[in-house]
Design a protein around this ligand. Structure first.
Ligand SMILES: [Zn+2]
Length: 500
């Protein structure tokens, strides 16, 4: 058994190495590769992907996992080894159910759909994109059938991003979230809006960069184990236990964009840098799920870096960097400005209070399309109706409405809920941290974040992908994923900012 386990690990090490090589090729493509390198880079990524896939689908791996699964019940269920065997088994079983014809056709369909989506969005022309989305939805229905009988048609897709999580559980969480968020936003709308005009001034890019680095240093980002570069869309990429890279983007006339991107991606990176070393080069050196990953980035971005204690420390430093822009703005006004709530059309630009409503709308439409309750041709209208109901605004065209996100075009139905679940989990974790570290606010006011990072490492990061998200959240907080702590946090914070 020990020998079999070693064989499994060494196969998984090779596969993980190949996946990290693919990540390096992709990162370079988005950062430093000269434009004309794209064609051959595409073939390189395809070649390495094919080799990794062959290894992953080999009989050797399948046989090893089958044999080890027979013995997993004799092992300590929380051991790294038992978790590794179960995780690999779960992934292989899922993969085996889906036909190879479906996989290659879906790759073809979504490649075309993405380039059509780009043009459709540029021209705000949904009709152009509609047949491609119809095909994707129909293929996603076929995908669900590979997993029949299922409890909910959406379950197999959600499970790809949130292992073990059920659609009914997600809907139950959102059903609590939705009315209270709508009410909160309406109440805010009835009160005097806060001023954020001072954020819309010219902020010199090199000084923005340096301030972001100062914040990342205080968060505990280790520059010997990572770096930061510029890209059009910020992301985090992991190449190794000790090599995790983040990117950010700068807007010269809007200060928060680069800073909060750096902090958000920094939160993702700290998670990746916190996995226990025993998990290296295996599928367990990964986040527990997309939502848990997002809980880490959003915890740093919103609960930490949009808090008053954080700015009590950082604001005098920021004022020294940008005296002309900020010398006449006090810390409280600054704090209110960066937390301004304003229903808006674009998900990625939306604030903390409205963000989750953008997600719920998408989840509802995904399910309605899969079930055939709303025809794809009627989706733009259904989108606009919900925008009006939830946020009180109607997109003037489809580019600012149904066409804004790439997710459906790459086939990622099932992905959206993970963003809002991440918010919800961040609220639960925050509540637990504050009861374990009662003077956390005072620590943050002094610019000390090491207590927070240590807590996150010990309670969440080191486990990597050993546990499914519901299991992990239960272990950490003593309760399954529940929206109450997050709602209480939002209602208290915005109640104060807007004197509700
Ligand atoms: Zn993120």
């Amino acid at each position: 058994m020990k020998k079999k386990l070693e064989q499994l690990k060494s196969l998984l090490h090779e596969i993980t190495d190949l996946n990290h090589i693919i990540a390096i090729l992709g990162w370079d493509q988005q950062t430093y590769m000269p434009e004309k390198g794209a064609a051959e880079r595409g073939s390189q990524i395809e070649t390495v992907t094919r080799i990794a896939h062959l290894k992953y689908t080999s009989d050797e791996l399948a046989d090893l996992v089958e044999e080890l699964m027979n013995q997993v019940n004799n092992m300590d269920p929380d051991s790294d080894e038992a978790c590794l065997i179960r995780k690999t088994h779960h992934n292989l079983v899922k993969q085996k159910k889906v036909s190879t014809e479906w996989v290659s056709e879906f790759a073809r369909v979504t490649t075309v759909a993405q380039s059509v989506w780009e043009k459709a969005r540029a021209n705000s022309n949904f009709k152009m994109y509609q047949p491609h989305l119809e095909k994707i939805v129909s293929m996603r229905r076929d995908y669900a059938e590979f997993f029949a009988p299922y409890e909910h048609i959406y379950d197999p897709m959600l499970d790809d991003y949130e292992p073990g999580m059920k659609t009914t559980e997600t809907m139950a969480i959102f059903n609590v979230l939705r009315p209270r968020l709508i009410q909160l936003i309406q109440e805010i709308g009835n009160h005097t809006q806060v001023d954020d005009s001072f954020l819309h001034q010219n902020y010199d890019e090199p000084r923005q960069w340096d301030f972001g680095v100062d914040v990342l240093n205080h968060m505990g980002f280790d520059w010997k184990r990572g770096r930061q570069d510029r890209t059009a869309h910020p992301f985090t990429n992991t190449f190794a236990m000790d090599d995790v890279r983040i990117t950010t983007r700068f807007m010269p006339d809007y200060f928060p964009s680069a800073l909060f991107s750096s902090v958000h991606e920094g939160g993702h990176a700290l998670y990746e840098l916190g996995f226990a070393r025993n998990l290296a080069r295996t599928p367990l050196a990964d986040g527990a799920s997309m939502a848990v990953h997002e809980s880490q980035s959003r915890l740093w971005e919103n609960l930490v870096a949009r808090s008053l204690p954080f700015w009590k420390f950082f604001y005098p430093r920021l004022q020294r960097v940008f005296p002309a822009q900020l010398s006449g703005v006090d810390v409280k006004s600054f704090y209110q400005g960066i937390n301004r709530v304003q229903p808006s059309l674009i998900r990625v630009e939306s604030d903390e209070a409205t963000y989750s409503l953008h997600i719920m709308l998408r989840l509802e439409l995904e399910i309605a399309m899969l079930k055939g309750e709303i025809a794809v041709k009627d989706i733009p209208e259904a989108w606009n109706e919900r925008m009006q109901t939830y946020l009180g605004i109607t997109p003037p065209d489809d580019a600012l409405g149904v066409l804004q996100d790439i997710h459906w075009a790459f086939g990622g139905i099932g992905y959206f809920p993970t963003y809002a679940l991440g918010n919800v989990i961040s609220g639960q974790i925050w509540q637990k941290i504050n009861s374990d570290i009662p003077d956390l606010d005072q620590q943050m006011e002094k610019g000390k974040f090491s207590g927070l990072l240590t807590w996150l490492r010990e309670n969440i990061h080191r486990y990597g992908a050993k546990y499914e998200p519901q299991d992990l959240v239960y272990r950490v907080t003593g309760s399954k994923i529940t929206p109450e702590p997050y709602l209480n946090y939002l209602e208290k914070k915005y109640g104060q900012i807007y004197s509700l």
